[in-house]
Design a binder for this molecule. Structure first.
Ligand SMILES: Cc1cc2nc3c(=O)[nH]c(=O)nc-3n(C[C@H](O)[C@H](O)[C@H](O)COP(=O)(O)O)c2cc1C
Length: 333
């Protein structure tokens, strides 16, 4: 059990916030499968402070998702503070400040990972957020802007002094974006001196690897991002490669039903395309089905394709085979 002030977290493997992925339907699926809490996609504080419906809608959630962390991004203390007051009325358990987004149009404007370049201002923002709301304030960071400015010690210190209740650390710099590998030695080091709970994040591929990272780095928990897309089983001890087509299909249908009820039938099917493609990734015998599903224009067509599929020949592709296949594709044979 992890305590983030009065918020209790029972499981320590968690779905990482992902814009366009960790919406309410997918968070529900992942909570059911064991993710310890739900993190919303990041939402602009400019949008919130203008009461933009599009921004506010990103905070829609179901009670079963609790504990629910609302994640925000911005670069102006007054706007972030105002946004916190607005969203507290929507009853989150925690408000999290994004300090890790590396996308240029966010970070280069001083939001997301851009905040890492101004630790004193980060302190001012967190203190102001703390004063404006009652819920715990947390932050999700990277380890620095680049390797010439690895300032995670100063950032963690400032965050703690100004009152955050927990810090999530993606073990890359802003400059790395998603290249190279996450530095788990630094994540371990942060855990060794931090006074608040630490969630480590970066490159975890399986439930077993999550447990290993927790044991080795001693972090309180871990966040899984990319490897959880199309694989909610990663939060339980179920290895997706052992599942039958019918088990995968059952999850696809459940997820799709949540998507169409949340977004409406037409839009739900379109938004589900990226998920279904990942659900079927690494399986043999599904390339035609996958193509049909991601080009289905409505729910009826999608369901027809899925139900008509003959799963003979459906099996998991081992990594070796995947490598060979991509190599073959590369040389054009
Ligand atoms: C499509 C996508 C969207 C993301 N959106 C967010 C976001 O809204 N907020 C955030 O803090 N991190 C976001 N991230 C970063 C992830 O939460 C995570 O830190 C990163 O992917 C590293 O973890 P992984 O190696 O397990 O994927 C996003 C990542 C991806 C791939």
């Amino acid at each position: 059990m992890i305590n983030i002030d009065n918020v209790k977290i029972e499981n320590n493997i968690i779905l990482s916030p992902m814009a366009g992925v960790s919406d309410s339907p997918y968070r529900q699926i992942c909570r059911e499968m064991g993710s310890g809490f739900a993190y919303t996609e990041f939402v602009s504080t400019d949008g919130i402070s203008h009461h933009s419906k599009k921004s506010i809608d990103l905070f829609r959630f179901q009670e079963m998702e609790r504990p629910i962390f609302f994640q925000i991004f911005g670069n102006k203390c007054e706007v972030i503070t105002e946004a916190c007051k607005i969203i507290e009325d929507l009853n989150p358990d925690v408000i999290d400040l994004n300090m890790g987004c590396s996308v240029a149009k966010v970070a280069h404007k001083g939001s997301g990972a851009g905040l890492l370049r101004n630790p004193p201002y980060v302190g001012k923002i967190i203190e102001s957020m703390k004063k404006s709301v009652k819920v715990p304030i947390t932050a999700k960071i990277r380890i620095g802007w680049d390797h010439q400015s690895l300032n995670y010690k100063e950032i963690v210190h400032v965050l703690q002094e100004s009152g955050v209740s927990c810090i999530s650390v993606h073990g890359r710099t802003k400059s790395m974006a998603y290249t190279g590998v996450a530095d788990w030695n630094i994540i371990s080091e942060i855990k060794s001196f931090a006074k608040v709970p630490i969630f480590g994040n970066g490159d975890i591929q399986s439930f077993a690897e999550a447990k290993k990272r927790i044991a080795e780095s001693k972090v309180d928990g871990v966040l899984i991002g990319r490897a959880a897309i199309g694989n909610p089983w990663i939060f339980s001890d179920i290895d997706k490669s052992t599942l039958s087509f019918f088990e995968i299909k059952e999850m696809i249908l459940r997820h799709l039903a949540l998507m169409t009820s949340f977004y409406g039938e037409q839009f739900g099917v379109v938004l589900f395309r990226k998920h279904v493609s990942k659900y079927l990734k690494n399986f043999r015998g599904v390339s035609e089905l996958r193509h049909k599903l991601v080009t289905s224009e409505n729910l009826e067509i999608f369901l027809n394709h899925l139900h008509q599929f003959d799963p003979d020949g459906f099996s998991f592709q081992t990594e070796q085979e995947t490598e060979n296949l991509s190599c073959e594709t590369y040389v054009g044979v």
